[in-house]
Ligand binder design. Structure first.
Ligand code: B3K
Ligand code: ZN
Length: 844
């Protein structure tokens, strides 16, 4: 397979004036007739005419009405065309029913839908399928399905056909078509300029009761984007469609977003609070793409983070505004560390702006998305909110309607603020997580912090230069008062000192507040000092962080056979938990021990080879200690978390339920599941019933509840995904692979459905003690299923192979077995470019 390089970018030879598509839908033989007006691109270096096309059966093609015989290979076609504007027409046949890759046009449960990003449109018709070719589309759909949808505004329809016009020039990856038996929840939104926008959320009949939350989230997003970014919606209608077979969460197609059912459908009895929050965030994310992604798109896929990093930053800010900013930040950082740091510290590490790729779908990663968002957050911190807004206004003014680059983005900030961002750009070009160490000095009322930054080598990048790191820092006095409020220390050198003069006593520093940069901060501190920060820091993120650092030190000591600072930790935890001024959601997060994967990485960083079984046992032991230490407070605290009001999926209630369940997990360790059984029996919402089920499974008392759950929810695919997942994630380590293997034989298991596949094998990958069990059963099973899935859905198979990305951390035996599993995948016949690239990078 061919490697694509950023440095090879050349402008397209021909631009598209407009596109007209006609679809004659039929499950195994859909005809697509395209009429495309091309004109030579004055900026092009060549006049070679090439159209992408994959898996298409060409019926005929004409140039200016004359039949042509193009040269066709597996990537597309070439033809003789004039060095002047001309009309290309072609008819192709495609097979939506046979499309298990879920890229291009496919059938999902009898309903037609599309997924074109990144390169799916070339599986629909011959086209310059690259994001720097933007054009207005008109679409005619002919089919017997009652609902026929495409991008833009509806222009005309009749029995068996409908026409749609999207006036905004767009790249082909934003094209969408949906046809099926669907019903809509309808609403409307009035923009700040008093334009009425029709809102429609399309679902299968029977799912109507799960549409309210997404609709409310959509309206909130539309309002927020007007208020915070000054961005107004630009069509007469905005539609969302829920689809049950979908490779990722959702897709921002212009005016017609397509969503995985799991990312849009919600009701209290079937969805957890986490589901509600995720849906709110994804609805916002896709809606925000209308400006950051669609109106201004990417010149090429190396610029992917231009739209994704920015849009993640926007959806995180939206959720922070709607919910608790502190809790949102903690959760975002937990996700960043869990996925991006893991990626950045292994063989799959790559730049926020990569230099090359083989399969672009492999680069929709935590680095492009979450680290990309952190980079924008740092810009925001460095220039401040006012200049940030000024720069964004300039970005929209200057690049609206264009396919832009990350350099364009940085230039806008330079022009709007007068800042030189040359060094800052390294965040885009340098992979790896910087380590930030700090030393302190105290002398005559002057306190000095000396920082050193160091980014370890990553594949293909041995040398790392110093980055610009905004270190938000405040100082606390010995009695807990803040003596120096938060300020941004702007680090640009490898080693750099910052002094604070005129202090009466040696302060306690609170460094990297709000997690102001995506780095690993190492600072020696006594358990007492961590406990002090957990009790007193005015920055809620660092308050939580202090508790987490302390928990990690306890676990590290337990794993390595040292004396753990248990009393300091348990004492601080108990005080924190009883502090009513802290919101329950925060207390729930602070009660949460660092995960097993996080501990494995932490030990590896400290030069200790992690043993997943010992980590698991240490965590279990510590949880038991916590439960016993808090024993007397558990009943009272649990009682305080009972909600009398009717269910609402808001942050406040969700926080109370989160704390109630954290307490229930501890209680279960003391009562063997008695309280959990009661909660399960009485629960009137999915958050509590699933939480209680988890407790019962942990206590090995879950059989009855599992059977009850299955009987009750057999007809609801999204809830059954949870049923599958819970059994794997709560399995004892030595049983996890067996449980997954057995579930894969269950009649309701369907490997063609990405949600179901992930609910079993994604859960196994995220169960470190199970996946890495010394028997090697986890590795072998995962490899078997990746090999089986790859011919059907290479994108999901490739993604799943990321389970092996932590290979470098483990002992020789485990590494050997992981390598063997990877080599078996690599050697399987006809392996996809997607999985081939991933496995190759991990093995390299
Ligand atoms: N842009 C899509 C992701 C497309 C993934 C293609 N493999 C969803 C999003 O980021 O909003
Ligand atoms: Zn996105």
């Amino acid at each position: 397979p061919q490697t694509i390089y950023l440095s090879d970018y050349t402008p397209p030879a021909y631009l598209v004036e407009d596109v007209h598509l006609t679809f004659r839908l039929a499950p195994t033989a859909t005809r697509v007739i395209a009429r495309i007006n091309f004109r030579p691109n004055p900026e092009a270096k060549s006049r070679a005419f090439f159209l992408h096309g994959e898996g298409l059966k060409l019926i005929w093609a004409t140039v200016d009405g004359q039949i042509v015989q193009p040269g066709i290979d597996e990537d597309g076609l070439t033809a003789e065309v004039p060095d002047a504007p001309f009309t290309w027409e072609a008819e192709v046949e495609i097979d939506p029913a046979g499309n298990t890759r879920l890229e291009g046009l496919y059938l999902s449960n009898g309903m037609y839908c599309t997924q074109c990003e990144a390169e799916g449109f070339r599986r629909i018709t011959y086209y310059p399928d690259r994001p720097d070719v933007m054009a207005p589309f008109t679409v005619r759909i002919e089919g017997e399905e009652p609902v026929l949808l495409s991008n833009g505004n509806p222009t005309d329809h009749g029995p068996g056909w409908a026409e749609w016009t999207d006036p905004w020039p767009k790249p082909s990856y934003l094209f969408a078509l949906v046809a099926g038996d669907l019903v809509a929840r309808e609403d409307s939104f009035t923009t700040r300029n008093e334009r009425e926008v029709a809102l429609k959320l399309w679902v299968r009949p029977g799912d109507e009761h799960k549409t309210e939350w997404a609709m409310e989230s959509l309206k909130a997003s539309m309002k927020w984007d007007e208020e915070v970014y000054g961005r107004e919606y630009d069509l007469d209608i905005f539609q969302i469609v829920a689809v049950s077979d979908f490779n990722m969460g959702a897709m921002e197609n212009k005016g017609l977003n397509i969503f995985n059912t799991s990312a849009v459908l919600a009701s209290p009895d079937t969805s957890t609070d986490a589901n509600f929050a995720r849906i709110e965030g994804i609805v916002a994310h896709e809606y925000f793409h209308n400006w950051t992604g669609n109106r201004i798109t990417c010149r090429d896929w190396f610029q992917l983070s231009l739209k994704e990093g920015l849009t993640v930053f926007r959806d995180q800010s939206f959720s922070a505004d709607l919910r608790s900013a502190a809790v949102q930040r903690i959760e975002d950082v937990m996700a960043l560390r869990g996925r991006q740091f893991r990626e950045d510290n292994g063989p799959l590490a790559h730049q926020v702006q990569p230099d090359s790729f083989v399969e672009i779908n492999n680069f929709y990663t935590a680095t492009i998305y979450e680290k990309g968002a952190e980079v924008i957050r740092m810009l925001h911190t460095l220039v401040g909110p006012d200049d940030y807004r000024k720069a964004l206004d300039l970005y929209f003014d200057r690049h609206d309607g264009e396919a832009a680059t990350i350099d364009d983005w940085l230039n806008v900030f330079e022009d709007a603020t007068g800042r030189d961002l040359g060094q800052f750009k390294r965040w885009y070009k340098q992979a790896g997580t910087p380590r930030l160490s700090v030393e302190e000095q105290w002398e005559d009322g002057t306190y000095t912090l000396t920082f050193t930054q160091d980014t370890p080598p990553t594949p293909g990048q041995d040398e790392k230069a110093p980055l610009v790191i905004p270190i938000v820092t405040g100082l606390l006095g010995p009695n807990g008062d803040e003596v120096v409020p938060s300020q941004v220390l702007e680090m640009t050198e490898k080693t750099q000192s910052f002094t604070f003069a005129g202090l009466g006593a040696k302060p306690v520093p609170s460094i990297l507040r709000g997690f102001s940069a995506p780095v690993i901060l190492t600072r020696e501190a006594s358990p007492e000092e961590r406990a002090f920060l957990l009790a007193n820091d005015t920055d809620p993120f660092n308050r939580w962080e202090a508790g987490r650092m302390l928990a990690k030190e306890v676990l590290t000591a337990m794993v390595t056979g040292k004396e753990p600072p248990l009393d300091a930790y348990l004492g601080a935890l108990a005080t924190m938990l009883r502090d009513d001024s802290l919101e329950p959601a925060f207390r729930a997060l602070a009660l949460h021990l660092p995960g097993e994967d996080d501990m494995a990485q932490t030990l590896h960083d400290a030069g200790i080879t992690p043993d997943p079984a010992r980590i698991h046992d240490a965590r279990e032991t510590l949880l038991q200690e916590v439960a016993e230490h808090l024993q007397d407070s558990l009943p009272r605290l649990s009682a305080e978390m009972v909600i009398e009001a009717p269910f609402a999926p808001d942050a406040e209630q969700a926080g109370k339920r989160a704390l109630a369940l954290a307490l229930l997990r501890l209680t279960t360790r003391l009562d063997g599941g008695k309280a959990a059984a009661k909660v399960y029996a009485e629960a009137d919402n999915m958050t509590l019933s699933l939480g209680a089920l988890g407790c019962l499974l942990d206590a090995e008392a879950g059989e009855a509840a599992l059977a009850d759950f299955e009987a009750r929810w057999a007809g609801d695919a999204l809830v059954m995904d949870k049923w599958f997942m819970m059994q794997v994630s709560h399995a004892a380590p030595e049983k996890a692979a067996d449980v997954a293997a057995r579930l894969a034989e269950h009649p309701a298991f369907n490997m063609k459905n990405p949600n179901r596949f992930r609910s079993v094998f994604g859960a196994l990958a995220m169960h470190p003690a199970g996946f890495h069990h010394a028997s090697g059963a986890g590795y072998a099973l995962m490899a078997d299923w990746i090999i089986r899935l790859d011919p059907l859905n290479p994108q999901i198979a490739a993604r799943m192979s990321g389970a092996f990305e932590t290979i470098g951390r483990y002992d020789a035996d485990r590494q050997g077995m992981m390598r063997e599993a990877l080599e078996r995948i690599a050697a399987s016949e006809g392996l996809s470019r997607d999985t081939g690239e991933m496995v190759g990078r991990i093995l390299r």
